[in-house]
Design a protein around this ligand. Structure first.
Ligand code: NAD
Length: 523
């Protein structure tokens, strides 16, 4: 692991379980970005000229490297983010391997030219096609919480589509960023096709000023707003994957054992530091008490401690500041009348970054706790009188990333899902769609725009070009100059022939259409 001399500006890798700095990485000077982008541009055209299948063959090799190094990668993720090892394996390593497999298999087909059949009769002697062309250099700015799965879910389709990539990992996960670079080098990718720059938000901002052709940003809504402003000023297209305030709707007919286990996992996985965390639970009155009791009992059973111990289920938060913030949010809610049923306090006995997962009741939408993203281990439960009220409350948020509905009636679940304003809705499961590479991920409103994962995520990495070839190159078109009364009449006949209600009227205009098609051209 890199340990540059103390005089150079560095990014630190800290173990949240102990609060100790375990490695330092040299920061990338902003002044070097122009050269880094130039190097990427110089390579990208050759990379794009390779057949998609050849690019994907290298992506398969990357999968082999990740698979071979899976234990080391999981260990590093746990060490740098604090998450339990099982979560590092499921949510970072497995998802990354699934991403590799999906795009290596499907990207060549998704990127093939597509025929566009013509509807307008006047265009029948032409063939139209869509071409999917790479942007050039794509800047990917990543968060710390899934330091492999998130950036790899974007780098892989970007490269498959023929782009070069510059990744700025989070300043809180530089070591994982470096590991990504190592894996690409070991897989035999051309040097500089994927370049890693290390630094904080200022470096991210400077990277955008370097004018990459596209920016994929994953992070907080505040960060996303700055990125959106910079991109708008420079007319750079962007994908923004931002914060969430995900709702879980538990209906009276739900299986309470499954729903309560899901709520506890959904709220506290990665210590609640997931964009898809369950932050708001709306439970129907008749089952509210037994559902809440189960959630409290299950939360009390959670084993808290360093993620490196395979028996622990909830690790530390990413830093002491994150603990301060969540503690203040919980205190504000209790001051406004909310009731803590479990957890909700710091655990300095375990280390500087531990906070006991909290179950909180008696909440309402006047409280910041139910409006602002928490990004910490807090589950807030609000009792509702009906499924309609649950939907109305779920939609009463400017965030809309994902949501879940819990019911024994699948069709009812589907109908309610259609009414929830959200990028994704799962019925009788939550968040796991993020691990399905064929499922698109992304939100709207304060949760951002654009999509990652799936075919849609690949299409974010390309410019769509429409190419049309005329089969009658010597024939002037009827709508070109040479306007006269006869052409006006022919145009009317043509419109009637194409759009008049009823076949009889259409056929009556056929002769006029025929004349128009074969009229001579004055100009
Ligand atoms: P963050 O916004 O602090 O940082 C994310 C990345 O953006 C970092 O690399 C950071 O250096 C960079 N950055 C921050 N401000 C920037 C700016 N103005 N210009 C350029 N770059 C900038 O977020 P974080 O703490 O790393 O991650 C947690 C946040 O990310 C949470 O809000 C979470 O909900 C969100 N998140 C969203 C998704 C999603 O898919 N929607 C996934 C994971 C995390």
């Amino acid at each position: 692991m890199a340990s540059p001399p103390a005089s150079l500006s560095t990014v630190q890798s800290t173990d949240p379980a102990t609060g100790k700095v375990v490695a330092r990485f040299e920061s990338t000077p902003a002044g070097e970005l122009a050269e880094i982008i130039r190097r990427a541009r110089a390579l990208q055209e050759d990379w794009a000229a390779l057949p998609a299948k050849s690019r994907c063959a290298l992506i398969r090799r990357l999968g082999e490297v990740i698979y071979a190094r899976r234990r080391e990668l999981a260990e590093r993720v746990t060490r740098e983010t604090g998450k339990p090892r099982a979560e590092a394996l499921f949510a970072d390593i497995l998802i990354s391997l699934e991403t590799v497999k999906y795009y290596a298999r499907n990207a060549p087909r998704f990127l093939q030219e597509e025929r566009v059949p013509h509807q307008n009769l006047a265009a029948k002697a032409k063939s139209g096609r869509l071409r999917y062309e790479p942007f050039g250099v794509i800047a990917i700015i990543a968060p710390w919480n899934y330091p492999l799965a998130i950036p790899l879910g974007q780098i892989i389709p970007a490269l498959a589509a023929g782009n070069a990539v510059i990744l700025k990992p989070s300043e809180l996960a530089p070591s994982c960023g470096q590991l990504i670079a190592d894996c690409f080098a070991a897989a035999g990718f051309p040097p500089h096709l994927l370049q890693i720059v290390q630094g904080g938000r200022e470096l991210g901002a400077a990277l955008i000023e370097g004018r990459p052709e596209k920016v994929i940003f994953t992070g907080s809504t505040d960060g996303g707003k700055h990125v959106a402003e910079s991109c708008a000023r420079l007319m750079i297209p962007s994908v923004l994957e931002l914060g969430g305030k995900d709702a879980m709707l538990v209906l009276a007919d739900a299986d309470l054992e499954a729903a309560s286990s899901a709520a506890v996992w959904g709220a506290f996985t990665n210590c609640g530091q997931a964009c898809l965390s369950v932050e708001r639970v709306y439970v129907e009155q008749g089952i509210a008490e037994s559902f809440t009791e189960r959630c409290v009992a299950k939360t009390r059973l959670l084993r808290i401690g360093p993620g490196s111990d395979p028996d622990n289920e909830v690790g530390p938060m990413i830093g002491a500041q994150a603990v301060d913030k969540i503690e203040a949010q919980v205190q504000a809610a209790t001051a406004a009348g909310a009731r803590i049923l479990a957890g909700g306090r710091r655990r300095p006995d375990l280390g500087p970054c531990y906070f006991e997962p909290a179950v909180i009741a008696d909440v309402n939408h006047d409280m910041a706790l139910m409006r602002d993203p928490l990004f910490g281990p807090v589950m807030a439960i609000q009792v509702v009188s009906s499924a309609d009220e649950a939907v109305a409350l779920a939609n009463d948020s400017p965030y809309s990333l994902s949501a879940s509905v819990w019911t024994a009636d699948r069709e009812r679940g589907r109908r309610l899902a259609a009414r929830i304003r959200s990028g994704a809705v799962m019925v009788n499961d939550l968040a796991s769609y993020f691990g399905m590479p064929e499922a698109p991920h992304g939100g709207s409103g304060l949760s951002g725009w654009g999509r990652t994962h799936s075919r849609l995520g690949l299409l974010e990495m390309v410019r769509v070009k429409y190419v049309d070839v005329d089969w009658l190159p010597r024939r002037p078109k009827n709508w070109w100059f040479g306007y006269d009364r006869a052409l006006g009449q022919a145009a009317e006949r043509f419109i009637e022939f194409s759009h008049a209600p009823g076949w009889r009227r259409r056929w009556r205009s056929a002769a006029g259409v025929f004349r128009a098609l074969f009229r001579g051209h004055r100009i």
